[in-house]
Design a binder for this molecule. Sequence first.
Ligand code: FES
Ligand SMILES: [Fe+2]
Length: 453
Amino acid sequence: MTVSVDQFKNYDGHAQRERPPEDPELTHVGISTPCGEYLRQFWHGIALSEELTDLPLEIRIMGEDLVLFRTSDGEIGLVHRHCAHRGASLKFGRVESDGIRCCYHGWKWGVNGALLDAGAEPKDSPLYGKVRQGAYPAIEYKGIIFAYMGPGDSVPEFPVYDTFEIPDTEMVPYTCTFPCNWLQVTENGIDPVHSMFLHTLVNGPQFFDTWGVLGDVDYFEGDISIYCTIARRVEDNIWMRVQENILPNITQSGAVHTADGKSIRYFGRNTFFRWCVPVDDTHTKVVAWANFGPRTDPIEGSSPENIEILEQGDVFDRPADELQRGPGDYEAMVGQGPIVVHAKENRATSDKGVSLFRRRLREDVRAMGQGRRPVQPTAFGAAPVPTWSGDTVLEIPAKGDIEDRQLRAQTFDQAIKIFSDAQALRADERDTFITERLKALEAAGGEAIHATT
Ligand code: FES
Ligand SMILES: [Fe+2]
């Protein structure tokens, strides 16, 4: 056989072997790193209530080795793993009514790190009031344990978002861990193009074939969120989907098992609300609620036991060949490697959301470095923090006298204006306002409507 080597001259594996360093400013999360200190300014979901038994739970968050426990009085403690006396692991501690007692010499620490009992030391020892165990504020809410790991003198309000309080919605906590950097798990939420290809066109429909319709995708930036909007024509309907990444590491998106664009829906809400929390630089713990109810997916669509299906688009523990034939989010994200090297990417126009998210993140990280703390979610009076993610499907048939892409765009512009006008209303008033205005928009065939309230 004669092989013509001319055909190989453009093969450039050798030229591309070099691996530039990763982007530490956005991917490294340890103590005193720029991004790590930025992330520590926020409350994060770190564990499920059901993970906490009567025993202390070893946990690692942002590279810090910690122990989480619930006292018999019901208070949550999150403390440095190694005892401040001589370093024994509090994993082996005994949880009592008001704190955790170290197994080694019996020192007891309160949930706030106060030394409550110094074992063999005299009761008037100066150690009391002087030595403390490192501790972080932690609370329990709707089946999830949240922690704040920033400076103790500037703890932000715990943010309650509107999607935590939707009537008739069952919120099912779940968690899963990805062996890769937090940023690539978070970026998946602002990358709608993967839904079209990974979840539909390349691997066959994992949800609905209408997910493969290449919709009109756009992005914009709010005070605390990057929004991604996707408009699709499905028969006589215009399907408008908003995905939202709340800085720094929350993703929420619309329905999954009922989102095909064929059923009319006014301000449908999200199927999951998830924190992508760094365990360390190369592992990420997702802590989330899956939501079931009339505004999102029915519980029958994916039972709580199958939440990873809903979350991942695939099933864990599948045979290796099956994973290769039908990869889902897990395979895509983990397959990128432990930490994606940004300098090796060739980002394109369809990666605008990822670029926008990184740009905003970098600005916020750098601002922190200059002493400016990041913007925190703001509630409006007694109303929860408003978010926008979810699906709206309006029956607005294509028109002969206007190009359909333009019709979709102007309809979505109107919908966004409605969301924006409703921003400061209380949750129930807001839902009514938005629903009525969306119905008016539908009745007007996507034409501009005027405020009625
Ligand atoms: S090491 Fe914990 S009490 Fe001594
Ligand atoms: Fe996905």
